[in-house]
Design a protein around this ligand. Structure first.
Ligand SMILES: Nc1ncnc2c1ncn2[C@@H]1O[C@H](COP(=O)(O)OP(=O)(O)OP(=O)(O)O)[C@@H](O)[C@H]1O
Ligand SMILES: [Mg+2]
Length: 232
């Protein structure tokens, strides 16, 4: 039997033990193939906490994730992360060229069966409005927006099934932001209905452009945008 969801979160929750505060209320979330979800909400509402929890980057205090109908076990986490790619809010690049950074994932065990494809990387850079010489730039010399583009290309070249995007255009001008939206849309369409994304944005207009379902995060609680109560 084929599972109807790519990814399900069942009762996942996060607390900060030091301050004894709730970071993420127990949350149920299901992502179907072909879905594009956006998450908006105020700064500090817990949007990054949610995405990091879905990417299994931080230990959950309760609940679990289900991938294609199967609970994700600890030993399956590296494989899970290959399919469910998280793009950090602040990109982490090491000192070296852009190309060095793009090549890096292929040195990891999880990607031992695939090879870096420079032609594909140049194509992605060009689609984001950068010349092929962009790959020769030093990572330390990149602007904030260029670092975000590099991190996005590094993820897209690996053809994940699910993309978890944490404000991927926050440091970009409107034209470059549209180019990123187009790149992600091209990735999505190449999956022919098998891929899905969760896009965190502060910009309601962007959220509307990049999603088919809109969610809102408020003080660690995730809800459908239609169900949000306005408290006065
Ligand atoms: N590992 C952690 N330990 C303790 N507190 C944390 C941790 N991670 C996040 N927080 C706190 O949880 C709250 C939510 O943080 P989060 O980064 O998810 O906000 P956000 O909605 O992504 O905000 P922004 O829009 O500014 O990126 C913040 O108050 C933050 O300080
Ligand atoms: Mg955040």
């Amino acid at each position: 039997m084929t599972a109807s969801f790519l990814l399900e979160a069942r009762g996942i929750a996060r607390r900060d033990t030091r301050s004894d505060t709730v970071l993420l209320e127990p949350t149920d979330f299901a992502l179907a193939p072909g879905e594009r979800v956006s998450v908006t909400g105020a700064s500090g509402a817990g949007k990054s906490v949610l995405l990091r929890a879905l990417a299994l980057l931080d230990p959950l205090d309760s609940g679990h994730l289900v991938w294609h109908g199967q609970p994700v076990e600890r030993r399956a986490i590296p494989r899970y992360r290959r399919h469910v790619a998280y793009l950090r809010q602040r990109p982490a690049l090491f000192d070296g060229t852009v190309e060095d950074n793009l090549r890096y994932p292929y040195s990891l065990h999880a990607y031992h069966d695939v090879r870096f494809d420079r032609v594909q990387a140049v194509r992605l850079a060009e689609a984001a409005g950068r010349a092929s010489s962009f790959l020769d730039k030093r990572a330390n010399d990149l602007s904030g927006g260029e670092a975000q583009l590099t991190a996005l290309i590094r993820v897209l070249q690996l053809s994940p099934e699910v993309l978890l995007l944490d404000e991927p255009t926050a440091s970009l001008d409107p034209d470059a932001a549209r180019a990123v939206e187009a790149l992600v849309t091209a990735w999505f369409e190449a999956g022919q209905g098998a891929r899905a994304s969760v896009w965190v944005s502060h910009d309601p207009a962007q959220a509307a452009r990049v999603s088919t379902r809109r969610l809102i995060m408020q003080a660690g609680r995730l809800s459908d945008s239609k169900q949000v109560q306005v408290t006065r």
